[in-house]
Each structure stands twice: as C-alpha cells, then as structure tokens.
Write a protein that binds this ligand. Sequence first.
Ligand code: AMP
Ligand code: GLY
Length: 423
Amino acid sequence: MKVLIVGSGGREHAIAYSVAKSDKVDKIYCTPGNAGISEYAECAPIGAMEFDKITAFAKEKEVDLVIVGMDDPLVGGLVDCLEAEGIRTFGPKKAAAILEGSKAFSKDLMKKYNIPTAAYENFTDPEKALSYLETAKYPIVLKADGLALGKGVLICNTLEEAKEGVRTIMQDKKFGDAGNEMVIEEFMTGREVSVLSFVDGKTIKTMTSAQDHKRAGDGDTGLNTGGMGTFSPSPFYTKEVDEFCQKHIYQATVDAMRAEGRPFKGVIFFGLMLTEEGPKVLEYNARFGDPEAQVVLPRMKNDIIEVVEACIDGTLDQVDLQFEDNAAVCVVLASEGYPVSYEKGLPISGLEKFKDEEGYYCFHAGTKFDGENIVTNGGRVLGITAKGKDLKEARANAYAATEWVQFDNKYMRHDIGKAIDEA
Ligand code: AMP
Ligand code: GLY
C-alpha cells in the first residue's frame, strides 16, 4: 500500500516512523515533510494548505491512504477534498474538525452535553467582553476562538491585563480572524495531562497518557510554545482518573459530535486538567499532539495502519489497542530565541548516532537539506526521544542523547519530566 502523510513536523516524523514499521506499507510520501521524514518517505514540496495540489499528487501517485497530521488543513477541510475524489483519508472532515477549530463551538458542546470543563462565556462583541470583565474573578483566561498556533490563550491576573487582552485579540487582531470571537473562562489549577484517542465516528479507544511542557523556560517560565518536551505515561493519570474520563468525557464527546450531525473520525486529543473537583477538559484538538505523538507512538504495539483503517471503516470496536509497559521522554532541541525570533540554516551534526541505538529516536521538527547537509529550518528543530523501563530511566536516556547532536544556538529545557519526581 502507498501512504501519503500531510505535515512537516516532529509529529509527522513520528507518524512516518510508525507507518514505516507496518508490513502493509510499500511506499510512503510526505507533503511537504522535512529532512528526517525523508529517511522513510519521498517528500514533495507541497504546502499543507494547497489542497488541490495535494489531491492531484495523491491521484498521480495512486496513493491508497492519506494521513493528515496537522490542524490547519483538517480545520480547512482537506479531508473533504480528498474524499470527494475517492481517496481514503484518515482525519476528521471539516464539520468535525471544528472541535479544534472553534473554541466557542467546543465550549458550547461541552455545556450542552454536560462534559466537565471550566465555566465560560463566548463573545463576538469586544464591548460586551470588556464589560463582562468588570465583574469577573481573577485570574481569568482569554482564548481566541480559532487556531493560533497554541498562542491564542492569555492568562490575565488583573482587570487591566484582561482588558488589554481583549483589545489584543478582538481589536488589534493579533491572531487574525481567530479573534473574531473569543471565549472568556474560569482559571483552573491542577496538573495537565494529554490523552490522545482513536475514534471511528462512534467508538473511541484512548492511547497511553502523556504530559507536555508548553512554556519556553525551565520551571514553566517564559512564553507559550508549541511544546518543549513530553513524557509518557503520566503518573498522575491514575486508574481512577481514567475511569472518570472514560465515563464522563471521552465517549460523551464522541456521542455529542454524532448527535450534532458531525461524526468524528480520526484522533481526538483531550487536553485535561486534573482539578480538585475532578478532571476537566481544557481543550480539544483534532489530531495527534506535537510533541505528544513522539512519546506515544513509539510505545504503541499495534500496526498503525490497522488502527487507522479501522477508524475509517467504523470497526474500531474490534481493535485491541495496546501499549508497551515502559516509558518515553522527548526533549525538544530548539533554536535559541524560539518562539520569538531565531536563526535558521545552521548545520546539524551527530544525527547518525540515532540509527544504531535501539529505543532512541531523533524526530525532526524543523530541518531541511542544504545540499548534502541537514540544517535547522524552524524554532523547534529536533525532538530527542528515548524509552526506558520507567520514566526516570527514559528521562536520563533522553537527556544523554541530547548531547549526541550539535548545532549553533541549540536550546532546550533542562526540566522535562521533573514532575515525575513528585509522583
Ligand atoms: P489551550 O490551548 O486551550 O490548551 O491552552 C493553552 C494552555 O493554557 C493550557 O495548556 C493551560 O496551561 C493554559 N490554560 C488554558 N485554559 C486554562 C484554564 N481555564 N485555566 C488555567 N489554565 C488554562
Ligand atoms: N502539544 C500540544 C499540541 O499539540 O497542541
């Protein structure tokens, strides 16, 4: 079978790695891909939002299955375009990807179907939002409705900050049209957990848990990023938490989407906060997490193609999803200055070491070929991932492997997985 993966980051590299392991697959393509992905896949320079070109490419190459990794094309309706041409595709259609594409939609869905989440109000009028803030409790959370590269969330400690935030999102349009509408919600405290799941429209099977580190600096300081590192499983995601979420959150979300006439097929990513009142949904994403995929997929025992096909065919209830009884940690190597400004095009050395070491992975996030050499091509450059028998061993292994690769301005957090010590 021929498989096309759409995307260019560490998540898509982890997906390509899993797809390459399948006996069913003879050939992998990726649009646009990156230097690391090209080890498994023939990469073509087509942007993820160039739907017509992707569709034409899939037809020309007689691709049997497309896996869409990224949020933008999912929310924009790439799956609908491909399916309209009879191309089998893994991922939600536009009507279902709205679960990630509109925070106002997802909040209303949760309210309507009693799925636990923070209390909130949606606003399309900045004046109404500003006057609501006058009587609100602080801190408070402001969220641009649409996609904003994970940066459209502002946590405001005072009325003044919050007013500024409303202006930034709705009037200055810092996040573009994503700020035409906004959610203002209650600030919650607790541990965060990411749970990814496969969904076939009616059945949901959750993967092993993970935790991301979103802030740029050690000790959760600095700006929000796409994610600086992950570990899996989360020791805080206990059996009791899982039972609660299975009962009140996961199936309830899938059933709600079906009831709304928006059946969801693909991956639902539940961003959860474990509050004192119990687990609550922080956000939904309509795709694998990045860098959650980098620690979850290497631990998956199933053939990913079998699972993906079961999601498309509506037979996920027959799949026994299984994960290894071990742990994995991913430390992101970024370019100094990320997420604001950083240099690109810096040569990377030491990558070959990963080929010989079992249980170690170097997932490329922002890299490209410059002639024979691989150079940096983004803020997040590599996701150095290692397995271990437990989280502590995986963490030690991952940090040891961060020393194998070198490039100028290499930057990483040194406390990925520190929470493990508190478990
Ligand atoms: P989101 O993109 O919705 O996941 O938000 C990004 C980050 O902002 C989350 O990972 C949390 O750390 C934080 N956050 C979002 N919503 C809330 C909330 N209601 N209370 C506290 N923190 C939040
Ligand atoms: N790691 C968070 C995300 O993929 O949205």
